[in-house]
Design a binder for this molecule. Structure first.
Ligand code: CDP
Ligand code: MG
Length: 667
């Protein structure tokens, strides 16, 4: 039985008071006066969530899981982590984490919280997204991150020992990572699930089920397993809904406009149209400041969206569903809802995953409309009929879990030590066909062994590369490459002797890149009779080479079991390179600036990356490359780099490069 807290109370009142005798936990310090930013501080206290500060802190103290529901803009994301810090949850080197489903939201809320706390971003308040870690370990106490990044941290540290509280924000989005995060965990770790439209009861029921309870150990500090739910009152204003029959040729009074379209392409096209219109004399768009908003938007353009609207202008923000809940946009009075968003769908029968434009749910439509009532009564223009809304729109969206390729999800669960995948207690169970399909794929790839345990080859990209090698007739070579890629490094660590190592590398270096270089090394090793002396002379780690032989043997067994015949392509490196691209097409990059160690951009997300100094291509800088992995130090470095021809990308993955980011026709 879970408890519900009545909104609006200064102190929490138990609605479902079976036990009674509640002791209130009060925060040790009053927030007022702690900061020099009196104005910001006053703003903080005006947020709806402020009234519930004590209640929230009390719940988090007492319960392993607390669920906070409150309208967008009520202050959940920016305030709760600060309350927790003020109440001592960051003492003793512990960190408060707050996850967001989107990178852009992570950056934006982290900057806001740093500003409110009067600290530099990356110090007490930091954030981590893929390819960008703006934290200072030991100093950062409030950390915003994408749930994907947290999940990855969980692979190395399943108990997430450095965190005291994890707030899984925007839980209604039900991303794959969020759903996977709701697992058994450290008994003292507090989980806060927060969201604007979450189905609180079903979440609560889920956490009450015995399997999800943290293991109960006697002791004072163990929180109750039964989740608590609190609803924080929003301060929305009424929004008039207009359906498409009505003409809305004039929207007179001032106020920004938020338009929901589906994806970057649509948004850019709409922005262009409106800008062109704005240049025409007597155009109605001339007083408009037209701004796009989507995940991959460069930082400077993001900032424009959040900065105040200039006097006499009206902002028109054309956005994906990112503005639905993740981001708060001040000043929006009009919302235009196209009724569509881009969603990932997986067809387990054809085994194809697509990003498709699909109708949104009623919950999303209401959420979109709500964006118009932030500062005063607003209007929402729905580009669909009322009949469609009432009769045809689904009530809730389909959780990502039920519309995704589960291959990587299964791998993640397995690597977290959760082996009984089919009997697993999901919040929204995926379709059995998808699950079985994922397991089949993983068996056939050799990622799972006979006991359904993970084998060393857990990387689906490597698996794909090997399967393709079978088609290209170069499996002999490619399994050698796979074996080398699956170990740390085949070189002896050479601190201080970089020059010598570089000279040695030249003996084996192939113009095609690292993968082919590894083949040369492997050949040399075999020709030497697998000699430790040969390894020593060439700065190659003998133990690593023995491991390569071992993994290779495993792979050969596996391929035989799958009925594949090992085949060598002799000197045809083209076949090998195409097989590699077939596995790693998603890791393609294009050279952007030439020079000593030129800058590349990933095709998928336009991230800046460089070739790692350990690569044979470090000084070569081919125009197009793919990489195996990224290491981040002062920069993002690509490891294991191969020069490619861009036409191989579309050949290997036409759906991927058409849907995500087609490379310019000029190449
Ligand atoms: O998470 P929730 O939607 O409940 O609210 P929030 O993101 O914590 O936002 C609370 C308040 O902080 C809103 O009134 C926003 O206007 C403000 N905020 C801001 O000014 N800049 C940001 N980057 C984020 C929030
Ligand atoms: Mg939020």
């Amino acid at each position: 039985m879970s408890r519900f807290w009545k909104p609006g109370a200064e102190r929490p009142q138990l609605l479902d008071d079976e036990e009674g005798g509640v002791i209130f936990f009060s925060a040790p310090s009053s927030a007022a006066g702690l900061y020099g930013y009196a104005n910001l501080e006053r703003q903080r206290q005006r947020l709806p969530v402020y009234k519930f500060r004590t209640a929230i802190l009390y719940l988090v103290e007492k319960h392993a899981t607390s669920i906070v529901v409150g309208e967008t803009g009520s202050g959940k994301t920016t305030q709760i982590p600060q309350y927790l810090k003020e109440a001592g949850w960051a003492e003793g080197g512990r960190v408060i984490a707050c996850t967001q489903p989107r990178r852009l939201a992570v950056q934006s809320v982290a900057s806001r919280v740093a500003e409110e706390m009067g600290v530099k971003l990356g110090e007490e308040v930091g954030y981590t997204i893929r390819f960008e870690d703006v934290t200072n370990p030991g100093v950062t106490v409030i950390k915003f991150l994408t749930d994907g990044v947290l999940l990855r941290e969980m692979m190395d540290d399943p108990l997430l020992t450095k965190y005291s509280v994890i707030m899984v924000d925007e839980a209604h989005e039900r991303s794959l990572s969020t759903d996977t995060l709701f697992q058994r965990r450290r008994p003292d770790l507090r989980l806060i699930i927060s969201s604007a439209t979450i189905e609180a009861k079903s979440m609560s029921a889920f956490f009450s089920s015995s399997k999800k309870r943290p293991i109960q150990v006697p002791g004072d500090h163990i929180p109750e397993a039964v989740p608590a739910i609190i609803s924080v009152e929003g301060k929305g204003f009424p929004v008039e809904i207009h359906y498409s029959e009505e003409s809305f040729s004039n929207y007179e009074p001032a106020g920004d406009i938020l338009v929901f379209l589906t994806g970057q392409d649509d948004i850019e096209a709409a922005v262009r149209l409106l800008m062109e219109d704005g240049q025409a004399p007597e155009s109605r768009s001339s007083g408009l400041l037209i701004l796009p908003l989507y995940s991959g938007l460069p930082r400077a353009e993001q900032d424009l969206v959040f900065s105040p609207t200039p006097k006499g202008k009206r902002k028109v923000i054309i956005s994906t569903n990112i503005a639905e809940t993740s981001l708060t946009l001040e000043g929006v009075v009009y919302v235009v809802d196209s009724g569509f968003s881009k969603q990932r769908f997986y067809n387990p029968i054809s085994d194809i995953e697509n990003l498709v434009v699909a109708p949104i749910s009623k919950a999303s439509a209401r959420q979109r409309a709500g964006r118009a009532g932030r500062v005063r009564p607003g209007k929402c223009f729905r580009l669909y009929t009322e009949e469609y809304f009432v009769k045809e729109m689904p009530n809730e969206g389909i959780p990502e879990m039920q519309r995704s390729n589960l291959v990587s999800c299964v791998i993640q669960l397995k690597s977290l030590g959760i082996d009984n995948i089919l009997g697993f207690d999901w919040i929204s169970p995926p379709a059995p066909e998808s699950m079985i399909r994922a397991l089949e794929v993983l068996y056939s790839l050799g990622v799972l062994d006979d006991d359904a345990k993970l084998t060393t080859l857990l990387d689906p990209m490597i698996s794909k590369m090997i399967l393709s090698a079978n088609e290209y007739g170069c499996s002999e070579e490619v399994i050698t490459i796979a074996a080398v890629l699956s170990i740390q490094s085949i070189w002896v660590s050479m601190r201080g002797a970089q020059r010598e190592l570089d000279d040695v590398k030249l003996r084996f270096a192939a113009a095609e890149g690292d993968h082919i270089t590894y083949l040369n090394i492997y050949k040399g090793f075999l020709n030497s009779g697998k000699s430790p002396q040969w390894c020593h002379k060439n700065f190659i780690n003998y133990q690593a080479m023995k491991k390569v032989l071992e993994i290779r043997e495993q792979l050969i067994k596996l391929l035989k079991r799958l009925g594949m015949i090992l085949k060598s392509c002799e000197k045809d490196t083209l076949a090998i390179r195409k097989a590699i691209v077939a596995g790693f097409f998603a890791h393609a990059c294009r050279l952007e600036t030439f020079g000593q160690n030129g800058m590349y951009k990933t095709l998928r997300s336009s991230q800046e990356v460089h070739i790692h100094p350990s690569s044979v291509l470090f000084r070569v800088n081919p125009k197009w490359v793919i990489y195996n992995s990224i290491v981040s130090t002062d920069r993002q470095y690509m490891r294991h780099v191969l020069a490619i021809d861009p036409s191989w990308l579309t050949e290997a993955a036409p759906h991927f490069y058409q849907l995500q980011k087609p490379y310019p026709a000029a190449y």
